[in-house]
Design a protein around this ligand. Sequence first.
Ligand code: ADP
Ligand code: ZN
Length: 735
Amino acid sequence: METLIPLLSVQQPMIAEVIVDIAHSDVDKIFDYACGEEIKAGMRVAVPFGRSTTTGFVMRVKEHSDVPAERLKRIYRIEDELPAINEECLSLAEKISARYRCPMALSLRLFLPAELRRGQVGRTFKEFARLSGEPFVPSPRARTQQLLLAYLEEHGETPLSVLRAQFPSAVAPLLKNHAIIVEKRRSLRVPYRSEEGSEERHILTKAQEQAVSAVREGEETVFLIHGVTGSGKTEIYLTLIAEALQKGKTALFLVPEISLTPQMFMKLRGRFGRKVAILHSGLSAGERFDEWERLRLGEARIAVGARSAVFAPIESIGCIVIDEEHDGSYSSESAPRYNTFDIAYLRAKYHRCKLVLGSATPSVETYRRARSGEFGLITLPDRINARPMPKVHIVDMRREVRRGNATPFSSALRDKLRACLDGGNQAILFLNRRGYAQTVMCRDCGNVVKCESCDVPLTYHSDENCLKCHYCGAKYRPLPACPACGGTHIHYMGTGTQRVVGELKKLLPDARILRMDVDTTSGKEGHYKILKQFAEKKADILVGTQMVAKGHDFPSVTLVGILDADMSLHFPDYRSGERTFQLITQVAGRSGRAGAEGEVVLQTYDPENYILRFATEYDYEGFYEHEIAMREAMMYPPFVKVVRVMVTGEDEKETLEALKTVYEKLQKIYAAHEEDFLFFNRMHSPIKRIRDRFRYQVLMRMTESAPLKEIYAAVSEEKYGDVLVYVEENPSNLS
Ligand code: ADP
Ligand code: ZN
């Protein structure tokens, strides 16, 4: 006997659970709205809210609401035809809000391109023509009409512009006779020039082959590929991505900043064509939106980009790769302050796919997890084709100074530069300071000139002849006299990239020099243009900040000069040693990648420093052992967590009041869990003011069992007016 199942009455409205797109804790809850059956979870909708209309996200659709029917308002309309956020991402947004204590609206926004939210997308449309199917026989004299119809017969739907160009006179009469139909449809821009794309492909080496199968067959979810620079990690990633695609799945490929690595861009385009969508900062708003849309519609199946690409709208992910996993750009610096790895891990778990991290210099935290067996560890100790690692020469700059050399170049570096250029090769000079001179000091009173909005010294820029603040971008006229004492003995101290280029021109008048730093790479294709010129050997020497260290593969570079290796060593930050090691290894890794053997000249005032010693010998293991022992002894991450609650505001008094409120709340937590805290104090931040905002902090070091949730809760439950209060976990920048 069949049992009868009553159908739902057609009249009965459905109920949508909606989060309104207003990032405020007061409205951070589910609101029920009546809706029709066309409403699906993940859609953006317009809803009546208070006295106005607002956008909302449908989280769920259900049949019953506790709100009485007469008080239930109705959804006005659907904003996008397709749900903007899929189920996986909706639940991910919920997890993010719970973890970082931020309003749902903020978490949901991570999944949408800003252009979509602001409703500013210039969607581009194109007209397409197809056969109408109605019988129509053109007159035998109308030859082009016959050709056009035959063309459509063979090719199917075709852009109208193509037909107009090929059969100019035929389109109008055929339209008039209803033989063809024209429809306007969305056309998605692909923001690349067609000539881009490198077809270069390699047969995997044995080591690469083994790495691929270790990931493919391994039990773990996360794998770390620790491979020296030039060991061919990229080819491993691309193979894993291609395998995911072959299985009908998609892939996520995260890189620190794609516009810095055009070679990677070309490889991806060459191998995957339109299947890859590259979300990078150089795209226009419309292009960015279209790339996102191509992913959402499934036309593109590989999402490539910096950290925000981890939220790409793709389904059935088969593989996630995080290249240069140690890079600081993977932690978000605005709310919610997520860590890209954590999000990628949740997605990998959801899709039951592998998450592959790669680096020549893994972060100490990651390496520890890999060594403990939590992550699969794959080691590639050799470069492709057994190319030797470039030899590093340490130069003691104290001796250079004693010998009266006041230039940024040691005599060893000068000799090697000449030899390098004479041999027709290229060189990279690295200095992590832009501008001309780092500090402007009055010799009469010792006053250092600072920015009016920030508590930081100004940098002199020679090309614009101005003083610049590197924190807020403010520019000031160079000073004829000291603002403090009126003295006129103004001294420009420290060397930046501009000064290096100036000195280099004196030293090697015939050399063609390019400079790459924040000042020369603005604009849509800033980096790309410089790197392209250098790759095409239109320059001999590339001078730059850490941008030159990132993943580049220039076969003719045989000399790398690290002008001031100590630069990043002495920051008041537990990571400064690790950073220095990473930076030196990465820059050194640009040398000798093909052809002639590479060399590195490392200039330092501290030649015995152990970090530099390990870096010169490419001894990651040695560095790690030393570093992890030190972190354990000093109780720094990964053995504890550094948590900083930042309090910043324009009004100093208000800021201090907010600091007091937060501090008292946190103190209660501290008092109840004192055994979990190693350090707990409030203070000025190292930089006391940035962009006119005063900066105070409560700094904590705590064990893993400390109640982090309570800290987030304490910070978020209070309102602080115009003062901004937020939590940072193991912040990558402690200034
Ligand atoms: P990494 O990312 O580990 O620094 P890359 O992936 O950039 O290294 O590879 C270094 C160089 O070796 C590149 O020029 C690349 O084209 C080349 N290469 C990679 N795999 C192979 C291979 N299997 N055979 C020959 N050359 C390769
Ligand atoms: Zn400033």
